[in-house]
Design a protein around this ligand. Structure first.
Ligand code: NAD
Length: 476
């Protein structure tokens, strides 16, 4: 996807890193130690399927172990390669540091087209890949914890957890070897929606700061903002759904692998998603203009552009044509280093990937903690919280009756106030808090330092400073 004149994905991440690192006072050599990928493992394994042996190539890279376990998703796509996996592992290091998730950075990938294989075949391939990684501790609750990414989901994570358990039958923490599992296999409420939910919380926090909104030449709230979204998969679907249903955004275009849909009055996200599931693409969807060259629609005028599909889709060949005031990088690396420079010069504000899509790893962190704690969040305190709230309601009603005040609490208030927080509420609260805190840390640098003019550089400065602090504490 990267234009021929542009550096690779990993070099692009390194260029962005270098720009920020040059603005921090780091001792000699530490900058390089943080930037380079610690280790990459390539595995080729055979699986007998459909009457012959098929050989698959997979990767697991550990970018940083300044704190362990290292954390990062596993991607299934034909385009997977070592450069891409290393770039994504590096982004995981910076992302975890930015949002204070106590992990180093890792990533994995398998070169496979998941649509080509049926479910039992996918299970055999996934278990075999997991076996190769588990036997080298590249999947392990205290050393290396994968999660879903493009082309994988909770189904694959459940197979991986089970495979680990078969190979470590006495490890009581086996569920914590991977996150993004289904609920009945040790998952956590709200993990599937987490990355899209985090995009929503990131956007909300940005719009709480009128000065920041003005920097993007926008005004007001999220309500009525025109949004173009690329990729209606896990991340894009949830982000588009929440922004349109809960914040009043108008989804004017959805770009998918087979083309784009445009409707300036707003697309119904749920209906488009349903159409994609039953037709394997957006083509033919009623109530919208269909554009076969989907990538061209990235240049459609809008307030917010959310690339949520894959890397390098905005590069030096199309950056000048981008017509968005704010870009929220829901995907990893959707804007190349070259495009980033062009867009900054145009005055476009970019909310960087390491922040915008950090919701996934944040809730993965909560899931990992839940697995190690062996208890669902809210189980101990929920009913106690409810009974204390009931005390307040009873007392207010008693006072009103005794003093003949004629107060009545509205049924809606009572219902909402009396309800104790369950796991989903706690996860959303923790995610919201994380996104707000991380935004404020970035913003502090963005608005106070004259030599920092964009959020990405600010995010890198926060992340690199934290990783450097860990290395110093380790005595390196
Ligand atoms: P997914 O496989 O669920 O969805 C990707 C979507 O993009 C699919 O609908 C696919 O059809 C579409 N797509 C593929 N190529 C396209 C193209 N050329 N043009 C337009 N659409 C295209 O993947 P996902 O989990 O939603 O991940 C998307 C991005 O978000 C990736 O960059 C991933 O690394 C990043 N991300 C995912 C998570 C997560 O929790 N899943 C967390 C952080 C970051």
């Amino acid at each position: 996807m990267t234009a021929p004149q542009e550096p690779s994905f990993r070099s692009s991440v390194d260029l962005m890193f270098n720009r920020a690192a040059s603005l921090i006072d780091l001792e000699p050599g530490l900058e390089e130690k943080i930037r380079v990928c610690n280790a990459s493992y390539t595995v080729r394994f055979g699986v007998r399927l459909r009457g012959r042996i098929h050989t698959f190539t997979g990767y697991r890279s550990v970018h940083s172990e300044h704190t362990v376990p290292a954390k990062g998703g596993i991607r299934y796509a034909m385009s997977v390669n070592q450069d891409e996996v290393e770039a994504l592992a590096a982004l995981m290091t910076y992302k975890c540091a930015l949002v204070d998730a106590p992990f180093g950075g890792a990533k994995g990938g398998l070169r496979i087209d998941p649509r080509h294989w049926d479910e039992p075949e996918m299970e055999r391939i996934t278990r075999r890949f997991a076996f190769e990684l588990i036997k080298r501790d590249l999947i392990h609750p205290s050393q290396n914890v994968p999660a879903p990414d493009m082309g994988t989901g909770e189904r694959e994570m459940a197979w991986i957890a089970d495979q680990y358990h078969r190979m470590h039958t006495t490890d009581i923490n086996f569920r914590a070897c991977v996150t993004g599992k289904p609920l009945n296999a040790g998952g956590i409420e709200g993990r599937t929606e987490a990355t899209g939910r985090g995009v929503q919380y990131a956007a909300r926090e940005f719009f709480r700061h009128p000065d920041d909104v003005a920097k993007a030449h926008l005004a007001g709230s999220l309500d009525g903002k025109r949004v173009v979204i690329q990729g209606l998969g896990n991340v894009g679907y949830h982000a588009a759904k929440f922004l349109s249903e809960e914040d009043g955004c108008i989804i004017t275009a959805i770009i998918e692998h087979d083309g784009a849909l445009i409707n300036d009055k707003g697309l119904h996200v749920e209906e488009v998603r349903h159409w994609i599931t039953s037709h394997q693409g957006v083509k033919g969807f009623p109530d919208a203009e269909y554009v076969p060259d989907g990538a061209k629609v990235l240049e459609k005028e809008c307030d917010i552009l959310i690339p949520a599909a894959m890397e390098a889709v905005i590069n030096i060949t199309n950056a000048a044509g981008i017509n968005a005031a704010l870009i929220i990088e829901a995907a990893n690396g959707p804007v190349t280093a070259g495009a980033d420079q062009i867009l900054r010069e145009k005055g476009c504000v970019i909310m960087p990937d390491m922040f915008a899509n950090a919701g996934g790893v944040t809730v993965s962190y909560f899931e990992w903690v839940k697995n190690l704690g062996q208890i669902r969040f809210g189980r101990m305190g929920r009913r106690q919280e409810e009974s204390r709230h009931q005390l307040v309601v009873d007392e207010l009603e008693r006072l009103s009756a005794d003093k003949d005040l004629g107060w009545t609490l509205s049924p809606d208030f009572k219902q909402r106030y009396l309800r104790g927080a369950g796991e989903l509420e706690l996860v959303r609260s923790g995610l919201d808090d994380t996104m707000r805190e991380a935004y404020q840390a970035m913003r502090e640098i963005w608005v106070t330092r004259e030599d920092v003019t964009d959020l990405r550089t600010a995010a890198y400065i926060v992340a690199i400073s934290k990783v450097a602090g860990s290395y110093r504490a380790l005595g390196l």
